[in-house]
Write a protein that binds this ligand. Structure first.
Ligand code: SF4
Length: 414
């Protein structure tokens, strides 16, 4: 039987634990509007919820072509679950979904040898949150009693590096406009000897806009990260590597401007992120499609539950297609922007207002400053201007062929 549609890339964020051992000051999940709904959810997912989740995913894989599927175990803090329970959940997932990539995001405080062994057993790749050296990290990542967690996280990272079988432990930092990233990047690379860092730009919508100090702070932070990435002997920043990849994917011999066609016209393809809560409620990833936008399409998060949903029908429903179409459309104010090809690779939530997505990114000025800095750097380093122009226009690259012009710096794609 033919498949009903194609899902290019499906990320399932499974919030297997709905409580946390820390009280980070910027936590979007346990503070502010997102807190809504926690009272209806158990702190820990039950086995029935995981069983339902894998049943629904297996049904989806049968009915639809899913080219890439990954599962991200998230919280709260997932390591607060008892190890025996965690093992039971993971056994169900692995039995049903085989070798599908599974990632785990942790604050690292509880990570010990026993956990590492368990995570190795289920082939789970781990990322740990660390915001910088102690003076920076402890500003926001604190315990409920208000104590900094830097030393405990560092201990977790050391254990992970010693005991996990994965090649490199992922480190994730939430970008802060008032932090010093010259110092922080050097701390990660030189002091801690970490090779790769992810700098997460905070999810936010257009309202309220950034203050002038935030615009300056984020711009400087990203420029410092870029300078570090292209000059440091060891360290890499994933987000800068992705940005540079936009320039590198053009092969000078293939100036195709036609949209790449993956699928026949009658088969719509999508990329999707779904968040599953401990009670089986489903969010269309709140950070991509904020409630304020969903409401315009008659949608609310947690409208569906694993108990009675067909995931494919939900993903391909007219209402969700309409949200995605609007999220992907170039806003009126961006039509003539020379950086649209780069900027529209970033999260639609940044462009969300109470009226939809027809707006510049909340990070517009930050992006423009960074992109111009990168373009200037590429030009100064002799990178062909015709390839820069292609990347700025966002012309689709026809193939993943090797580069004719490689950058003169070491990067993530070598
Ligand atoms: S940089 Fe600003 S104007 Fe340009 S595409 Fe992004 S949001 Fe739109």
């Amino acid at each position: 039987m033919g498949k009903k549609g194609c899902i290019h890339n499906l990320e399932v964020v499974y919030k297997i634990v709905d409580t946390c051992n820390l009280a980070c000051t910027y936590c979007y999940y346990f503070r502010g509007d997102s807190y809504q709904g926690h009272e209806h959810r158990p702190d820990y997912a039950k086995i029935e919820t995981t069983t339902r989740l894998v049943q629904k995913l297996c049904e989806l894989l049968q009915e639809y072509e899913v080219q890439e599927l990954s599962l991200i175990l998230h919280g709260g803090e997932p390591l607060m679950m008892k190890k025996s329970e965690f093992t039971a959940h993971l056994s169900i997932i692995r039995k049903a979904l085989g070798s599908v990539p599974i990632y785990l995001q942790t604050n690292g405080v509880l990570l010990n040898e026993a956990w590492c062994q368990l995570l190795n057993n289920h082939n789970i790749r781990v990322s740990i949150s660390l915001d910088g050296s102690q003076e920076w990290h402890d500003k926001h990542r604190i315990t409920v009693a208000g104590h900094g967690t830097y030393h405990r996280v560092l201990k977790g990272i050391a254990t992970a590096r010693q005991c996990l079988t994965q090649e490199e432990v992922g480190i994730i930092s939430v970008l802060q406009p008032d932090f010093d990233y010259q110092h922080i990047c050097n701390h990660f690379s030189k002091t801690l000897g970490l090779n790769t860092l992810s700098l997460l730009i905070p999810d936010r919508t257009c309202e309220p806009p950034l203050s002038e100090a935030e615009v300056q702070g984020y711009s400087q932070a990203l420029i410092d990260a870029f300078d570090f990435h292209v000059s440091d002997g060891q360290g890499q920043i994933r987000e800068i590597a992705s940005l540079l990849e936009n320039f590198q994917r053009y092969n000078v011999n293939h100036h195709h401007h036609n949209a790449q066609t993956f699928y026949p016209d009658d088969r719509v393809s999508v990329s999707e992120v779904l968040t599953i809560h401990t009670n089986g409620d489903i969010n269309y990833y709140d950070l991509v499609y904020p409630e304020v936008v969903l409401a315009q399409f008659g949608l609310v998060n947690r409208e569906f539950n694993l108990a009675d949903v067909n995931l494919g029908a939900m993903i391909f429903s007219d209402r969700l297609r309409a949200v995605r179409a609007q999220a992907e459309a170039v806003a009126d104010d961006c039509q003539t922007c020379e950086y649209a090809g780069l900027c529209y690779q970033t999260a639609p939530a940044y462009r969300a207002t109470a009226d939809g997505y027809n707006s510049r990114s909340v990070y517009c000025q930050v992006n423009k400053t960074l992109y111009q800095y990168v373009v200037d750097w590429l030009v100064a380093n002799g990178y062909p201007t015709e390839l820069i122009d292609l990347a700025l226009k966002g012309a689709p690259s026809p193939t993943a062929q090797p580069l004719d012009h490689s950058l003169t710096v070491r990067n993530a794609y070598e």
